[in-house]
Design a protein around this ligand. Structure first.
Ligand SMILES: Cc1ncc(COP(=O)(O)O)c(C=O)c1O
Ligand SMILES: N[C@@H](CCCC[NH3+])C(=O)O
Length: 451
């Protein structure tokens, strides 16, 4: 297909609009993907996702490397995980963070070496801790005093020592929505820097026979544009490390500064680039170390959304289109698609903003103020709250919503007994299934039939 310009910057890098107006991604026409796999369909642009992963790896390596320091990039697999993605991350020399026993098993299934995995969770079960030690996970990020005691006991019983980072709540409030901010005091994650709990936890870990205290971890939230917030958090972490050196005589070798880098969801949105984040944070660390003292620790970061998000799109089939009169005399075009809140929980949960475009053709009809809605029995079942779509959009058209690669399929559910969509990746004209579509047999398998 010969191509014209990409529809707009929010789409992944290989998206093009052909002369007949249809989108292609990774060299595959979306009409072909819809025909082969059905809709709704999550599509990952492999080249785009892996380029973003490598950009974090390389920019941080260079920015921190100027100071002789090293940085490991842990892809936060909660954003999107399949065993094939774990394989990509392994091949591209990234590490991965997992947040449950299930994520751990999929990462291992994809061949990610356990030593390159970090296990998170504010309420890990004994079984999860045991399994992490059994397979040799590289680090366990402890989140509470209860967990420190439990892990220490399990490790000693197993005759091993658990490599540990302590998750610190730095008090830096950042993130687009209350539900995705994680480092202010009044929330469930981590141990508080301000109250002294983090320091106390470090002492406990240091003294525990079953624990090898490697360092400290923080994650201030998600979809954060403010470089200053990351810098502030890094400074506070290095301050804590310096006081631990001064008061306990131990210089912690590792510091993880978490993920949370913002991506662009709409044509008016903004992103924090790996380059700006890397150089901005390296400078802040250098300044902080100059102030509080100490050698450069081994750093790590955990981007999830910024690797998977922009690489993904959701492809829907348009069904009913309605025109509804508004109080101000205007009109809103309601475009109902064959998915909704079951494949995109972010709009209803966080008031997240997305954009959309007709993907199967070009239209020269007038643009109309539109709302893309799903097919659930719920009026909040909105995918895109406000977007201009052509007035002639009609049943049968394909609609693409970009930037759904992170926290899309992983947060999907079966409300109204909907079948969760498949995930396919595309590259160089080929498509590959990562997660198959749910089937009616899946629903029947969970439903215990009457005798
Ligand atoms: C501990 C931790 N690390 C990394 C991430 C990834 O965040 P993001 O996808 O915003 O980069 C999260 C999720 O917010 C997290 O909880
Ligand atoms: N699920 C959230 C991000 C949470 C990140 C995990 N701590 C979102 O879609 O924005």
């Amino acid at each position: 297909m010969s191509a014209t310009a990409a529809p707009h910057a929010v789409f992944s890098h290989t998206v093009e609009r052909g002369e007949d107006g249809a989108l292609s991604v990774g060299g595959v026409d979306v009409r072909e993907l819809a025909g082969q796999y059905g809709t709704p369909l999550y599509i990952i642009d492999e080249q785009d996702m892996r380029d973003r992963a490598c950009a974090f790896r390389d920019q941080f390596a260079t920015a921190f490397g100027r100071h002789g320091a090293e940085v490991d990039v842990y892809y936060a697999s909660k954003a999107f995980l399949s065993s094939k993605v774990a394989r990509w991350m392994r091949a591209d020399d990234l590490c991965m963070d997992v947040a449950s026993g299930g994520e751990l098993e999929i990462a291992l299934r994809g061949g990610m070496p356990a030593a390159r995995l970090g296990l998170h969770g504010n309420n890990k079960s004994d079984a999860e801790l045991r399994r992490a030690l059994e397979v040799g996970v590289g680090r366990i990020i402890v989140d509470s005093f209860t967990e420190i005691e439990t892990l220490d006991a399990i490790a000693r019983e197993m005759g091993t020592v658990a490599p540990v980072l302590v998750r610190v709540t730095t008090g830096v409030h950042a993130g687009g929505h209350e539900y995705i901010a994680t480092s202010h005091e009044d929330q469930k994650f981590g141990l508080s820097l301000a109250s002294g709990a983090a320091f106390e936890a470090l002492l406990e870990c240091h003294d525990a026979e079953g624990i090898d205290l490697r360092g400290i971890h923080t994650h201030i939230g998600s979809q954060i544009l403010s470089l200053a917030a990351f810098q502030e958090s890094a400074e506070r972490m290095l301050g804590l490390r310096a006081s631990f050196l001064m008061e306990a005589g131990v210089e912690l070798p590792e510091v993880d500064l978490g993920g949370g880098y913002a991506i662009q969801y709409t044509p008016h949105g903004e992103a924090l680039s790996p380059h700006d984040a890397a150089y901005g944070m390296a400078d802040a660390v250098a300044a902080a170390l100059a102030k509080v003292g100490g050698s450069w620790p081994h750093f790590s970061i955990e981007p999830g959304r910024a690797i998977a998000g922009p690489a993904g799109m959701t492809l829907y089939r348009v069904g009913v289109v309605k025109h509804v009169a508004l109080d101000d005399g205007g009109e809103r075009q309601y475009v109902a698609v064959d998915g909704g809140m079951s494949d995109n929980m972010r709009t209803i949960t966080y008031g997240a903003e997305y954009t959309a475009t007709v993907a199967s053709r070009l239209s020269d009809a007038e643009p109309a103020l539109s709302r893309v809605v799903g097919k659930h029995c719920e009026s909040g079942d909105i995918v895109v709250r406000d977007v201009e779509l052509p007035h002639d959009i009609a049943r049968g058209d394909l609609l693409a919503v970009p930037a759904t690669g992170a926290y899309g399929r992983v947060m999907a559910h079966n409300y109204n007994a909907m079948l969760r969509p498949a995930v396919v990746s595309v590259r160089d004209g080929e498509s590959t299934v990562h997660i198959r579509r749910d089937t009616l047999e899946d629903l029947f398998a969970w439903d215990v039939a009457p005798d």
